[in-house]
Design a protein around this ligand. Structure first.
Ligand SMILES: NC(=O)c1ccc[n+]([C@@H]2O[C@H](COP(=O)([O-])OP(=O)(O)OC[C@H]3O[C@@H](n4cnc5c(N)ncnc54)[C@H](OP(=O)(O)O)[C@@H]3O)[C@@H](O)[C@H]2O)c1
Length: 305
C-alpha cells in the first residue's frame, strides 16, 4: 500500500515513517522541520495553505493518508487559538474532503483529551466536553473529518516514544531528567493509558488493512497516574525513582486546563480482534527500542544538532 504520513517530523509521524513495513511504501510530509537524511521520501508543505492538500495528493497518489499533522502543544494552542483552529480543525476537514473525492482511505489522529475527564472510562459514543483550545480544536477537527468523509477513521490516542527534538513525550521528560540527575515532579491526579508509539503504529496499520471507519479509542489496556508512569520508567531504566516528587496538576499553574481522568474504554478496539498491550509491555518495548539505538537514530535526523 502507498501510505502518505503527514506530520512526518512529529513524534507519531516520524516513528510511523521509520517502521519496517516491507509490504508498504511510505512517504512523509513535514512543514517547518527539515529532517536530515531520513531513510524515506519527504516533501515539505504547509498543509493549511490553499490547494496544498490537493497538490500533495495529486503528486504522491497515496492509497492511505495518515494525518498526524497538528498543533499538539497544548499550551501553545492557548496562546495562538486561531492558528490552532486552522491546523487542528480546518486542515483535517480539507484533507478529508480531498481524500473522499479521490477515494483515498484516511486515518485522522485525534486525542483522548476531547473529554473533560470528570468520569473517565469513556466510550466512543460518550458526549465529549473539551476544556482547552487544543481539545476544542481537535474535537472540531474530528467533526469536520467525519462530515467531509464518512469512510474516514478517527483515532483517539495517547502515546509516548522517541522524538526528533528528544523532549516531545512524557517518557523522554522523565528519562532525560533522571539520566542527568535532575529532580522532577510527576502528577498524581492525572490518570491516562499511554501506548508506546510503535505499538500504536502497528495497530493503525492493522486497522487500515481492515478498512475500519468511524471513531476508535486506541490507548493501552490499563491506566495509571503520570507519577506512577515516571516511576515505571525509572524502574525499567534502573534510574532513581526518588528523584520524582508527587505533585498535583490541577493545582499547578499550567496555561491550558487538563482533564484529570483520560481513561478510555477500548472494548470497540478489542472487538476487532487486534492485540492491545498494557502499559508494562509498552514500557518494555520503549526500553528495547532504546537499547537498539532508536533514540539516537531519531535524534540524528535533527539538522540543528
Ligand atoms: N503526543 C501525544 O501524547 C498525543 C496525545 C494525544 C493525541 N495526540 C495527537 O497525535 C497526533 C500527532 O501528535 P505528535 O505528538 O506526533 O505531534 P508533534 O510531535 O507536535 O508533530 C506535529 C507535526 O505536525 C506538523 N505540522 C504542524 N503544522 C503543519 C502544517 N501547517 N502543515 C503541515 N504539517 C504541519 C509538524 O511539522 P513541522 O514540525 O515540520 O512543522 C509536525 O510534524 C496529533 O494529532 C496530536 O493531536 C498526541
Amino acid at each position: 500500500m502507498r501510505i502518505l504520513v503527514t506530520g512526518a517530523s512529529g513524534l507519531l509521524g516520524l516513528n510511523f515513517c521509520l517502521a519496517k513495513m516491507p509490504d508498504h511504501e511510505i512517504f512523509g510530509v513535514t512543514n517547518q522541520t527539515r529532517l536530515h537524511n531520513p531513510p524515506f521520501p519527504v516533501i515539505n508543505f504547509d498543509l493549511t495553505k490553499d490547494k496544498t492538500v490537493m497538490n500533495v495528493l495529486d503528486q504522491t497518489m497515496p492509497e492511505l493518508v495518515v494525518n498526524c499533522a497538528a498543533m499538539a502543544n497544548v499550551d501553545q494552542c492557548e496562546k495562538t487559538p486561531l492558528l490552532a483552529a486552522k491546523i487542528n480543525a480546518e486542515m483535517p476537514g480539507r484533507i478529508a474532503r480531498e481524500c473522499a473525492q479521490r477515494s483515498i482511505q484516511l486515518i485522522h489522529i485525534s486525542t483522548d483529551a476531547v473529554f473533560d475527564g470528570v468520569d473517565g472510562n469513556y466510550r466512543e459514543s460518550d458526549p465529549p466536553n473539551p476544556l482547552s483550545v487544543y481539545s476544542k480544536t481537535k474535537l472540531a477537527g474530528e467533526q469536520n473529518v467525519l462530515d467531509e468523509n464518512s469512510q474516514a477513521m478517527v483515532a483517539r490516542v495517547n502515546f509516548f516514544g522517541f522524538s526528533v527534538s528528544g523532549d516531545r513525550s512524557l517518557a523522554e521528560f522523565f528519562l532525560n531528567n533522571l539520566m542527568s540527575g535532575k529532580k522532577v515532579s510527576g502528577f498524581t491526579d492525572i490518570l491516562f493509558s499511554p501506548m508506546y508509539v510503535n505499538d500504536l503504529v502497528d495497530i493503525l496499520v492493522e486497522m487500515a488493512l481492515k478498512k475500519l471507519s468511524g471513531i476508535y479509542n486506541i490507548v493501552s489496556r490499563d491506566n495509571l497516574s503520570k507519577y506512577d508512569f515516571g516511576i515505571m520508567i525509572s524502574e525499567k531504566f534502573n534510574l532513581d525513582g526518588k528523584m520524582i516528587s508527587p505533585a498535583s496538576c490541577l493545582q499547578s499553574e499550567l496555561l491550558a486546563k487538563r482533564s484529570p481522568n483520560l481513561v478510555l474504554d477500548i472494548s470497540k478496539l478489542l472487538s476487532t480482534g487486534i492485540e492491545v498491550p498494557n502499559v508494562d509491555l509498552a514500557v518494555d518495548h520503549f526500553y528495547n527500542d532504546y537499547k537498539a539505538g532508536l533514540s539516537d537514530l531519531i535524534r540524528s535526523f535533527n539538522k540543528t544538532e
